[in-house]
Design a protein around this ligand. Structure first.
Ligand code: SF4
Length: 302
């Protein structure tokens, strides 16, 4: 475990990186507080001793010290935050429902002995399979206090509960079959973002987890922005297959349905097996490459 002194050194690295980014002409830096990255880990460091753990103030000290240094060393650089606004316990494939080597649907890891649950952010401590936005709201108030104008909301971590931030029909090779209809996951993201946007109208909210909507994505995105549920719809997986989707949809071009992301998750499975991320099933660059053969072998071994 890093000492407080070593964390201070890491924070100084963030400052230097921000100065470099500013000198290179970047407009803003995203200080990640999501998906198990360091900032996210600190938000759930309830049991850590010292000035970076325990209280909400201590668990957000990392953010405040990073921002303070960026403002001093790169005053012109804008700051945004990608936040896992809610979380749940780790999930695993249900061994009793694994068929023919195919992973079973996801079930929560046993957590009954871990109540109150002190290892997550945006989680209900008495029932960590449920979300609790109390501290998420406190965190967004802190962003306003620090004059950080833009936040991208996501959830959990792709390393222990991939279904809550990347709803998908086909799991990554080290994942589990969907424990719920992936649409429920999309709806949860949209509802949490809608609630928080209503509470923080001055913050710019970038929404996430729309790719599973597939052909309906442009319609839902337009409605969500139009209704004020979100300010910007962020695209992740869909950009790997079809970066022009929203352009085509809004400019009245023919939507190329063959290029729409179908949530096969190879873009996650590949890097988990030491290969570059990309859309192996739909992008001819990857599909026809020798990498595709190596991915096939890696998946067969799982
Ligand atoms: S591999 Fe392609 S189709 Fe599958 S999730 Fe990634 S981008 Fe979507």
């Amino acid at each position: 475990m890093l000492t407080d002194g070593e964390i201070e050194a890491v924070i100084e690295d963030f400052h230097r990186a921000a100065k470099m980014a500013s000198e290179l002409g970047f407009d803003f830096a995203d200080i990640k507080h999501c998906h198990g990255y360091l900032g996210h880990e600190f938000l759930s460091a309830h049991t850590r001793e010292g000035k970076y753990g325990g209280s909400f103030e201590n668990r957000t000290r990392f953010l405040r010290e990073v921002v303070q240094g960026i403002r001093a060393m790169a005053p012109g650089l804008q700051i945004g935050v990608r936040l896992s606004a809610f979380d749940t316990v780790p999930f695993r494939p249900d061994p009793s429902r694994s068929v023919d080597g195919k992973l079973g649907p996801g079930i929560p890891e046993s957590h009954e002995k871990l109540i109150p649950y002190r290892w997550g952010f945006g989680v209900n401590a008495s029932d960590p399979t449920q979300i609790d936005l109390t501290e998420t709201i406190q965190f967004l108030s802190l962003l306003e206090e620090l004059e950080i104008p833009i936040v991208n909301l996501t959830a959990g971590s792709p390393y222990y509960n991939p279904h809550i931030q990347r709803p998908a029909l086909y799991p990554p090779s080290d994942g589990y079959q969907p424990p719920e209809d992936p649409l429920a996951g999309v709806a949860q993201h949209m509802e949490v973002t809608r609630q928080l946007k209503k509470r923080f109208p001055n913050l710019i909210f970038v929404g996430t987890a729309y790719s599973y909507l597939q052909d309906f994505l442009p319609h839902v995105a337009q409605a969500a922005v139009g209704e004020g549920w979100v300010d910007v719809v962020g695209l992740g997986r869909m950009v790997l297959t079809y970066p022009e989707l929203l352009w085509d949809a809004t400019e009245g071009e023919v939507v190329q349905h063959k290029r729409i992301c179908r949530t096969f998750s190879d873009c996650t499975t590949a890097p988990r097996n030491g290969l570059p991320s990309g859309c192996y099933p739909l992008d001819s660059y990857y599909k026809t490459s020798e990498l595709a053969g190596r991915l096939k072998i890696a998946k067969a071994k799982r």
